[in-house]
Design a binder for this molecule. Structure first.
Ligand code: NDP
Ligand code: OXD
Length: 308
């Protein structure tokens, strides 16, 4: 019963140090696929699905090193194999920082002031109070809820949208098609924290942008394939949207001649909003293996019909 880990050597040491003391007794781990008997591999930890996944005939759980699982081609896994995404404090904390920073930067017009600075223009921009700046979050999962929690003390009106109905104190929780329309129509800053699935692919498109309030901004930290690049450029250039903070694009990296790089109203980062932290991620995997051995529910279990 082995946990096989597929990752860079640079990260392996930090994971190994925690696995030594946190994995349940009797569960060895290895970072070297060549040195383990494939029949012994019950747990696999990887960002991508290994090319030779079929050789692990006794695999029970495929763990993702990231929060997303869209990079797995799950149709190559037998139906009995569980897929588990990464739910760990490091990812959560970093996403809270990134989104709070982006929202405050947009709220306080830092993108506009950067344009002023480039023109040596010493001039104030009208500043609404937080109570007048409505925040909408697409996705009320682990990360959507965590960023709303971090934003709450600032006093922005907060809304969120998810597939299933939810109740979160201090947040207008919306679901379904009507809820989606309401969220879009009332988001001065829209944050995308949806997983990439067939349903969310291409969702940030021209019709959506046209229904956002004039002057709204976007913070996109979901997945690149959810965003129609040309639609965003058009909405910015027509002045309907004010600005965008983008952490994810399709493709990644973005080609050097892509218009996003030089757009004055786009802030671009290279998919770093959140990075899995080995010290906490190895604890999360160890805890899930213990849960599995004891027949308890797994944290971050993916619904293989929904793909998230
Ligand atoms: P969760 O699975 O916990 O939450 C997903 C949320 O999206 C749920 O609230 C779910 O609704 C909702 N949702 C999914 N599909 C739909 C749909 N079709 N309609 C309405 N709501 C939907 O995921 P996390 O919060 O952990 O992560 C979200 C995503 O963030 C990841 O999948 C990944 O793509 C991205 N990410 C990006 C990172 C970065 O560095 N840029 C880092 C980490 C993650 P319900 O609750 O009803 O199921
Ligand atoms: C993740 C990511 O899914 O880094 O964890 O995007």
């Amino acid at each position: 019963m082995t946990l096989l880990c597929n990752m860079d050597q640079s990260r392996a040491a930090a994971f190994a140090e925690v696995f030594e003391r946190a994995l349940p007794e009797g569960v060895p781990f290895s970072f070297d696929a060549a040195s383990v008997d494939p029949d012994d591999v019950r747990y696999l930890l990887s960002w991508l699905m290994p090319e030779d996944i079929e050789r692990y005939t006794n695999l029970e759980i495929m763990f993702s090193t990231g929060a997303g699982v869209d990079q797995f081609t799950s149709d190559r896994l037998p139906a009995n194999v569980k897929i588990v995404r990464m739910v760990e404090d490091g990812i959560v904390r970093m996403m809270q920082e990134y989104v709070a920073l982006s929202v405050l930067m947009l709220h306080r017009n830092f993108i506009g002031y950067k344009e002023h600075q480039n023109k040596a223009l010493w001039q104030a921009i009208d500043q609404p109070q937080t109570a007048q700046r409505r925040i909408g979050v697409l996705g009320l999962g682990v990360l959507g809820q965590a960023v709303l929690d971090r934003l709450a003390p600032f006093g922005f009106p907060l809304s969120g949208w998810s597939r299933s109905a939810k109740s979160i104190p201090g947040v207008t929780c919306l679901s379904g098609d009507d809820g989606f329309e309401q969220l879009i129509a009332t988001s001065d800053i829209l944050i995308c924290l949806l997983p990439l699935t067939d349903e969310t692919t291409g969702m940030l498109d021209a019709p959506l942008f046209s229904r956002l309030p004039k002057g709204a901004s976007l913070v996109h930290v979901g997945r690149g394939r959810q965003l129609d690049h040309q639609a965003l450029l058009d909405a910015l250039d027509q002045g309907h949207l004010a600005s965008a903070v983008l952490d994810v694009t399709e493709p990644e990296p973005l080609p050097t001649d892509h218009p996003f790089w030089s757009h004055p109203r786009i802030m671009l980062t290279p998919h770093i909003a959140s990075v899995t932290q080995p010290s906490t991620a190895a604890i999360a995997v160890s805890d899930n293996i213990r849960r599995h051995l004891q027949g308890e529910d797994l944290i971050g279990l993916v619904d293989r019909n929904r793909n998230y």
